[in-house]
Design a protein around this ligand. Sequence first.
Ligand SMILES: [Zn+2]
Ligand SMILES: [Zn+2]
Length: 332
Amino acid sequence: MRAVLIETPGRYSVQTVPDPVPRAGEVVVRVDAVGICGTDVHIVDGEFPPTPYPIVPGHEFAGEIVEVGAAASGVRRGDRVAVDPSLFCGACHYCAIGRGNLCERWGAIGDTVDGAMAEFVAVPAANCYRLPDHVSTTHGALVEPLSCAVHAFDVLPRALGAHYLLYGAGTMGLLMLQLANSAGAASVSVVDLNTARLEVARALGADATAASADAFDRPQGWEIVIDCTGALAAIEDGLTRVRRGGVYQQFGVAPGTATASISPFRIYNDEITILGSMAVLHSFGRAVELLAKGAVDAETMITHGFALDEFDSALKTFRSGSGRKIQIRPGS
Ligand SMILES: [Zn+2]
Ligand SMILES: [Zn+2]
């Protein structure tokens, strides 16, 4: 089969590699669509420490089951599925307390084992979630990023009628915006330096958008502030915008060595809660259901579909910051 193979950081190509063979409990999925995510770029650049090289990237994907291995139950050939890439060990302290996304031996398809930027990928049957008939596999490849956003809402306090401030109107920010409205936000304001992105945010339900939160004239602050950028300037600004008693959430991925300034006095005196949210936890099936319901506008979220052989162009398009979710469609 053809696959994107990253041999060492910075060295990648589309090559012919052996077809995957399912081990016990696994199935082979023919990949219809796989999204490019910031993590893939970090893997290409050698900036995602758990990566073993060589590796086939790709963890946001959906397709059709074409082969069922021994002892793989609950799925059939022909099932159209989205696949939870999480590989938790099931045995460590964090797995034992139900927090597998913090697993001591954390792994993920496309991050620590070969992934879906390929015609076929072998995955555990237990990670497969059947898509309803009316959800295409192209849209199904959005389930994984959506399930990260669902987990982010799982760790936020329930707050019907809260005012939200989001930093970043990229794919993740736009998913968070749509979920905030589903979750009963009184308003959602979105900050991004890219004005083209802000137009899309307004189309998807943002009440106010601007390049700086100063433009919103809300001196009391927001009950919930969420960074979806990982950019230090946004993070430090966001921390100052939290209303007394409110919550700041770090959802964007900042560089591992970055440090930000906070006011410990404000955290104390205004009783501000700071929360993190990392990847997917028990949220994949609910993301399928939210996508099926139309809680997010999948058509607007996906802007590009490249053939597998066009991986390099797809990566350049991603790096340029244009568009929203950029997909590789190996069958096209
Ligand atoms: Zn991702
Ligand atoms: Zn574990």
